[in-house]
Write a protein that binds this ligand. Structure first.
Ligand code: SAH
Ligand code: SF4
Ligand code: F3S
Length: 440
């Protein structure tokens, strides 16, 4: 039996693509190896969202040169978002000649054929397309990473072209899967023991299938699937989120009380130059509506600091919105210019030093608020869906509350008894990024 190993970078889209790639390899008699050292085939599923993702990838790619020199039969593959950019493919061809197969985000179904051709002809294989019209019809059986929760794509691609972002260039135009296909996939997952689904899209709020169903309609239908206990989704876009969708938090009992709603910046001038199509007032209105519908909803966000032309005043406005919304958590990024995006040609780039200094101020404010929010959970009881043993402490289990808080807790129950169930946990302590507790 030949062995494969997949290295995954980037977001949950890539994580799910890797599940599909693993599914394809296993259907072709490959077995999974925990390490790349003894694998016959290594797949690097890449991300291109920021420069350090690029750098890390090329660093690791370089390390495989010796491996290839010592073993001509070893196969190295690159897929994901990086090869969707022509300049990256050129670079791979010129500087990384030991790469055997390169395929794009919309060619995953072709992978077994590419391996076959590589083995038969000895030639390198490159297959990259954009906007594959058949992407919804792909019927790959993924090898799921988790037993009880599953990632489910509902919409591919992105049409928004935020001026800093490479994703519309690497994932192509938006294409919603049909509601029928999504519901049948989730029904099948539920029949196989999945309790929680995460509906995925770069902008789930622009979901619309050919029959005219929108995201709120989809949530209503998924809510009806028996066996599913929790429904999550990401990412929401403030420009497209509708009242009809917000109402689903009241009408769909399985919808988790949490939302990831990226703000990116608290300055209207910057939001405009980012091409985000909303202002702070509109964003705060959405937050108000959400909190009126679900008073204890948890809210997380993404924020970029050091966008070209960001003044200290603009940055203060970002701090202001963080104080107003009081996020449960936030992913913070220093702006990173991406080849081919409009913002990479904007004037007034912010110095690294200023960006770092702002970044640190922002992170300490966010962490302070996260901790304060988490402390409010102490001495209360929550249902926690158990995901397994805690990574950092073998004596504790780990899981998530309905509102997405990470909980590490002790229990007298065995892993077999507890894994994949929702158990009541008393919260006894709070940290910035997690809660602590014990089962009752
Ligand atoms: N579709 C999602 C986000 C996808 S990328 C959305 O619209 O929210 C995840 C996050 O990476 C973005 O929200 C943004 O905060 C960050 N990001 C994207 N491009 C970036 C860049 N060039 N520099 C820094 N951060 C970036
Ligand atoms: Fe990138 Fe904007 Fe699309 Fe999100 S909505 S993936 S940030 S272009
Ligand atoms: Fe995701 Fe990175 Fe691509 S964030 S969509 S893997 S560029």
């Amino acid at each position: 039996m030949k062995k494969y190993h997949i290295i995954t970078y980037g977001c949950q889209m890539n994580e799910h693509d890797s599940e599909n790639i693993a599914g394809l390899l296993e259907a072709n008699d490959y077995v999974c190896s925990e390490s790349s050292d003894d694998a016959d085939i290594v797949v690097m599923n890449t991300c291109s969202v920021r420069e350090n993702a690029d750098k890390r990838f090329f660093g690791v790619l370089g390390q495989f040169k010796k491996r290839k020199q010592n073993n001509r039969d070893f196969i190295l593959c690159v897929c994901g978002c990086m090869p969707q950019q022509p300049h990256i493919v050129e670079k791979i061809k010129k500087q990384f000649s030991w790469v055997d197969i390169v395929f794009g985000t919309q060619n995953i179904g072709m992978f077994p054929d590419l391996i076959k051709k590589r083995l038969e002809t000895g030639e390198k294989q490159f297959a990259i397309v954009s906007n594959n019209p058949e992407i919804d019809e792909i019927t790959i059986k993924p090898k799921r990473l988790y037993k009880h929760k599953a990632l489910v794509n509902i919409i591919y691609g992105c049409n928004n072209f935020c001026t800093y972002c490479v994703v519309p260039y690497t994932r192509g135009r938006e294409k919603s899967r049909s509601l029928e296909n999504i519901v049948s996939e989730i029904t099948c997952l539920a029949e196989n023991g999945v309790l929680e689904v995460m509906l995925l899209g770069q902008n789930v709020d622009s979901y619309k299938d050919l029959a005219g169903y929108d995201f709120a309609d989809l949530l209503q239908e998924v809510n009806k699937i028996s066996g599913i206990k929790r429904i999550r989704f990401m990412t929401s876009h403030p420009k497209d989120i509708s009242d009809k969708m917000i109402d689903c938090f009241a009408s769909c009992n399985k919808l988790c009380k949490t939302i990831h709603l990226p703000i990116q910046s608290g300055s209207d001038t910057i939001l405009k130059r980012m091409n985000r199509h909303y202002d702070v007032e509109k964003y705060l209105n959405i937050i108000d509506k959400l909190r009126k519908t679900v008073p204890d909803i948890t809210i997380s966000t993404d924020i970029i600091v050091g966008f070209p032309g960001e003044t200290e005043e603009d940055f203060q406005k970002t701090l202001d919105i963080v104080k107003k919304v009081r996020y449960d958590s936030a992913f913070t990024f220093i702006y990173s210019p991406r080849t081919g995006t409009p913002a990479s040609k904007f004037e007034n780039m912010i110095s690294e030093q200023t960006a770092h200094e702002r970044f640190n101020r922002l992170v300490s404010l966010i962490n302070k608020i996260s901790l304060e929010k988490n402390q409010r959970y102490i001495d209360k009881e929550y249902g926690v869906m158990v995901e397994g043993i805690s990574k950092n402490d073998k004596n504790r289990y780990t899981g998530r509350t309905d509102d997405f808080k990470l909980v590490n807790f002790t229990s007298d129950l065995s892993l077999d008894e507890i894994e994949g169930t929702i158990v009541p946990v008393l919260i006894t302590g709070a940290k910035t990024f997690s809660l602590e507790g014990r089962t009752l």
